[in-house]
Write a protein that binds this ligand. Structure first.
Ligand code: ADP
Ligand code: MG
Length: 311
């Protein structure tokens, strides 16, 4: 069985959101324990991960150091976090494998994902990123061409495009490493967003791809049987945050699509997970699971979390 495991923010930060290197290493170590356990049971695992907190930190560094060293664009932040998180996950995973006497190596692939230069997100950016600033601070960055929005009491926040991922350009490298027996970590943060020019050249763009939609695409690319989206809640929930809250367990794609249409899943968080799970199953995946990071092993078996099936 081949599983595409998408790790959320809580796999790389401490419970209180701490993102010091030691917090990230500790959290990754816990997540990789479950992965090593799966590998020891002959499950073929391919890993992807989010990078929101890490990119957020790079953006603050960009801002504070702008008069000393040149700020780097968002696609560079994506590449940098893929590399750093990839190496941390490799170290943690290989340590856990060695502990179990499993002889397998990990490999991280810096992965570019093609998006459409005409994606509507570039005209009307919607994805908030980075920290809140005052109006004066935001005004300076707006002068530099960035889009910032007033978001109530907290102040101003930058918004960027979150374009639809169309194609994982480094899929062949991922597949070759998977076939060679590596446990591959790829397409972190949904992939580095790039567009193709008319003359065929690729270049990175200022955008962030949704990690879960990127995971659904990667899952198909590596021919995964199961997609597991590991996050910080045990299930997708109906009437989330209200007294009528009710966790969804086993659900058909059609059923889940219609619940999504009723507005049960927030657009910046659970919405894309639900969409990714549905896409994966609609395109031939056996089942997709949205589950808590602590329950990965049961989730892979379809015994925990929200299990999306094609029936
Ligand atoms: P990740 O870093 O794993 O991608 P997100 O914060 O993006 O995590 O998404 C998980 C969050 O989605 C949960 O912590 C929860 O607050 C939020 N959420 C929004 N709507 C729902 C819902 N209907 N059911 C469950 N969680 C929801
Ligand atoms: Mg998220």
């Amino acid at each position: 069985m081949r599983v595409l495991l998408a790790l959320g923010g809580n796999a790389m930060t401490s419970a209180d959101g701490g993102a010091r290197p030691e917090d990230q290493i500790r959290a990754a170590g816990i997540a990789m324990r479950s992965v090593a356990e799966l590998v020891a049971r002959d499950v073929d695992v391919v890993i992807t991960h989010g990078n929101g907190p890490q990119v957020g930190n790079l953006l603050v560094k960009n801002e504070l150091a702008a008069s000393v060293v040149p700020p780097v664009p968002l696609d560079w932040c994506g590449a940098q976090t893929q590399a750093t998180l990839g190496f941390v996950l490799m170290d943690c995973l290989e340590a856990e494998l060695a502990r179990r006497g499993v002889v397998r190596r990990a490999a991280a692939v810096v992965t570019r994902t093609r998006v459409d230069a005409h994606d509507p997100g570039f005209v009307k950016p919607t994805k908030p990123i980075g920290r809140y600033l005052s109006q004066d601070e935001a005004a300076l960055l707006i002068d530099h061409g960035e889009t910032w929005e007033h978001r109530g009491d907290k102040g101003w926040r930058r918004v960027v495009a979150s374009p639809e991922p169309l194609e994982i350009l480094d899929a062949a490298a991922v597949a070759a490493l998977v076939d060679a027996g590596f446990i591959v970590i790829a397409n972190g943060g949904g992939g580095i967003p790039v567009v193709r020019d008319e003359d065929g050249a690729l270049h990175g763009v200022e955008a962030v791809i949704d990690k879960d939609l990127g995971a659904a695409l990667l899952a198909r690319t590596v021919d995964a049987d199961v997609l597991v989206i590991a996050t910080d809640v045990s299930n997708a929930v109906l009437h989330y945050g209200t007294p009528e809250a009710q966790p969804i367990e086993r659900v058909s794609v059609q059923g889940l699509r219609s619940l999504a249409g009723e507005g049960h899943f927030a657009s910046g968080s659970m919405g894309p997970k639900v969409d990714a799970a549905c896409r994966f199953v609609e395109r031939g995946g056996t089942y997709a699971v949205i589950s808590n990071l602590d329950n990965i092993i049961d989730a892979v078996a379809g015994k925990s979390g929200t299990v999306v099936v094609n029936e």
